[in-house]
Design a protein around this ligand. Structure first.
Ligand code: ADP
Length: 696
């Protein structure tokens, strides 16, 4: 719960509350933030483990890939091995098949040659048997009967015997084979050759003997392509390409149903017919290997996809780690800020329930956060004797009408001690810009209040002292002033006594003397009362007072002194409205200004010694001017006039003007100085003060 509050608070502080007291001197300037000092920042094992955690799946995927590739390779190898075995088996089978067939043909022709040894009906026998053989062996294109000189006698079929080798120099393959067969007395195959129609041909020559003598030769012509066409079954050519080549890789015949790339091939000697001929069988890549390749490709693509998504996840994780880091240091910053604040902070929701208090507020009130959070009014720190006022203020705050300049209130600490608090209330705005409650900054101003009270008392004391000083300065004049009525009283008294002693006492004669005596006594009493009034010590209190009377009183005070110094005082006081003021304080101001003016004219020629006091009403305030025609104020001291204890006089105290200003400001007025250049003497100073006519 407090954690939640802290976060909400953090958002709101940034937006609304901080500006409210940023300029306040109680916000500590020492807010040291070091996210590394934060306990949360210190113990963050995830931060170091993260690269490892991210690397592990990648490592695993690489291993898996390697294993898969190895498996595929092994599969392919064994597949290839198997294919090759099948190929070899098939080639052996084909070779055997061809051999059997050729040997079968040879045997039949040999039988015919034996049968043709008899001279009767040779020609008919040859024709019948050859035709039969050709019918059963389509690979033989022609069977010829040659005489012992290699001259053709009969050929079946009887077309033009053009199967001789093309561009042949020297003995033709047929002639060579004829010679071999003749010499060996056995069937012999010719070398392969291309005839004039570019057909590749081999021939089988079988000698015919008449007893021990060569009687002729049988010649069977095998076009090699026909041999393959008739003897290689269709299914074989679906799988393989069959070729007949020689040692020089000259292609003599081939048969296939497919074209394209060949995966593997196998060669075996083709004997008979021999002569370096070989059977070459090549196989095609089968569907399975294409499937395998596709599978490999799919695996590679999938692995790539996994890598890519891992990379994306890594990016996301790094981003969220950074965000977490930022949040952590932000949190540390907030916590440090909250702990360093000397200003108490208290957040309440819209119903006035406390949702957050900072450590400074807890220190101030003596209650712990647990004791305060979730509390509703009346709060434990509300002073019972101010309960009504505090509750009223609470309602004002919730209504959003708290004074922006803050308000003072008396709170109570847990130990019962009262303290003065200065409270600033501001709206609590959450991260979505919603007004969720009220945020208060609370300052304990008890000390400040004490200091202010002390200063006020000292100021009062100073004023009183200043009044005594003023009186002291006027003491001789006052004594002289008092002396006159006293002397008069004494002489009237003597006169009366003399009359009584003369025994001719007429009561009527005594009356005027006694009346005068009484008047003089009143005059003396008035002087003493005025002195008494002036020095009496009293609390400042404002009451409606007539400024004209105050000025008259002052003049009564200073008149004897002025007379002594030969200074004229002119007062032009029109009828003025009553002004709310402390009469004694105003008297003190006026006396001070009048006496300062008289001091300034001490050296002036007698004719110029004139002090004018004027008053007027202007802008709802009374404006009083005390103007002299004295020495004026030097520019270099103008700024120091109102500084306490600044004086240019030998026996001056230098507090007069500073007291005057604080008294006038206490009355919410202003006091300032003007230099008079337009006065008859061309010099002089006017002290002007204003007093507002309306009280606060
Ligand atoms: P004090 O009269 O004891 O010196 P004040 O505070 O009343 O103390 O006056 C301070 C100083 O201001 C005086 O010493 C004087 O130099 C100057 N001053 C005050 N009033 C006048 C004036 N009317 N003309 C010239 N100088 C003045």
């Amino acid at each position: 719960m407090p954690q939640k509050n802290k976060l909400r608070l953090g958002e709101s502080i940034t937006k609304d509350v901080i500006p409210a007291y940023c300029g306040y001197p109680h916000i500590p300037s020492r807010v040291t933030i070091d996210s590394m000092d934060s306990p949360i920042a210190h113990h963050n094992p995830d931060k170091h483990r993260l690269p490892w955690l991210l690397a592990l799946p990648k490592f695993g995927i690489v291993l898996l890939m390697a294993a898969l590739m190895a498996l595929l390779w092994l599969l392919q190898q064994s597949e290839r091995e198997e294919q090759r075995n099948i190929l070899i088996k098939d080639v052996l089978w084909l070779e055997q098949n061809l051999r059997f067939h050729l040997e079968g043909n040879r045997d039949l022709l040999q039988q015919l040659a034996v049968d043709m040894a008899e001279p009767q009906e040779r020609a008919r026998l040859f024709r019948v048997r050859s035709t039969h053989l050709l019918k059963n062996s389509p690979e033989i294109s022609q069977i010829s009967w040659l005489d012992s000189e290699n001259k053709p006698i009969i050929a079946v079929p009887s077309r033009n015997l053009s199967d001789s080798a093309a561009n042949q120099k020297g003995p033709s393959p047929t002639e060579q084979a004829f010679e071999v067969a003749k010499k060996l007395g056995k069937p012999a195959y010719s070398q392969p050759f291309f005839n004039q129609s570019q057909q590749s041909i081999i021939e089988l020559l079988i000698p015919i003997y008449n007893g021990a003598e060569l009687g002729g030769m049988l010649l069977a012509t095998y076009p090699l392509n026909d041999l393959l066409n008739s003897q290689v079954p269709w299914w074989f050519t679906e799988k393989y390409k069959v070729e007949i080549v020689d040692d020089n890789d000259t292609l003599f015949a081939s048969k296939t149903n497919l074209e394209g790339l060949y995966a593997d091939s196998y060669q075996i000697p083709f004997d008979p017919p021999g002569h370096g001929l070989r059977l070459k069988v090549s196989n095609y890549p089968n569907d399975q290997s294409i499937l395998q390749r596709l599978l490999t490709l799919a695996i590679l693509l999938l692995a790539g996809g996994v890598f890519w998504s891992l990379w994306l996840i890594r990016g996301l994780m790094q981003k969220s780690t950074r965000a977490e880091e930022a949040l952590r240091s932000e949190h540390a910053f907030r916590a440090a800020m909250e702990d360093s604040l000397t200003v108490g902070m208290r957040a309440r929701d819209l119903n006035g329930r406390i949702i957050y208090v900072n450590p400074a507020f807890c220190r101030m009130t003596g209650f712990s956060a647990e004791e305060l959070v979730d509390r509703t009014p009346p709060m434990p720190y509300w002073a019972p004797e101010h309960l009504d006022d505090t509750e009223a203020m609470h309602r004002v705050v919730l209504a959003g009408q708290a004074p922006t300049e803050g308000f003072e209130i008396t709170f109570m600490r847990k130990n019962g001690e009262r303290f003065q608090a200065l409270v600033y209330e501001a709206k609590l705005i959450d991260g979505n810009g919603q007004h969720t409650g009220w945020m208060a900054s609370v300052l304990d101003i008890t000390e400040r209040k004490h200091a202010e009270e002390l200063a006020r008392q000292q100021q009062e004391q100073l004023q009183f002292t200043a009044r005594l000083v003023t009186l002291g300065e006027m003491a001789s004049t006052l004594a002289h002033e008092l002396n006159q009525p006293l002397a008069a009283i004494a002489s009237y008294n003597t006169g009366c006594l003399n009359l009584l002693a003369s025994d001719q006492v007429n009561c009527q004669d005594l009356k005027p003397a006694l009346e005068k005596l009484g008047a003089q006594a009143q005059r003396a009493g008035k002087i003493i009362r005025r002195v008494h009034d002036f020095v009496r010590k009293s609390e400042p209190k404002r009451a409606p007072c007539a400024l004209g009377e105050v000025i008259d009183d002052c003049l009564g005070f200073v008149e004897p002194d002025a007379r002594k110094r030969q200074i004229r005082i002119e007062a032009e006081i029109p009828a003025l409205p009553l002004v709310p003021a402390d009469r004694l304080m105003l008297e003190q101001v006026l006396l001070n200004l009048i006496r300062n003016g008289m001091d300034a004219m001490a050296e002036s020629p007698l004719a110029d010694r004139l002090l004018r006091i004027t008053a007027m009403v202007e802008n709802n305030e009374i404006r009083v001017t005390v103007a002299d025609q004295g020495c004026g104020i030097a520019p270099e001291i103008r700024d120091k006039l109102y500084t306490a204890f600044f004086t240019t006089k030998q026996e001056g105290m230098g507090v007069g003007l500073s007291i005057c200003r604080s008294i006038i400001e206490f009355h919410r007025g202003r006091l300032w100085t003007e230099t008079l250049q337009n006065s008859p003497t061309g010099s002089g100073t006017a002290f002007i003060f204003t007093l507002p006519l309306e009280s606060e």
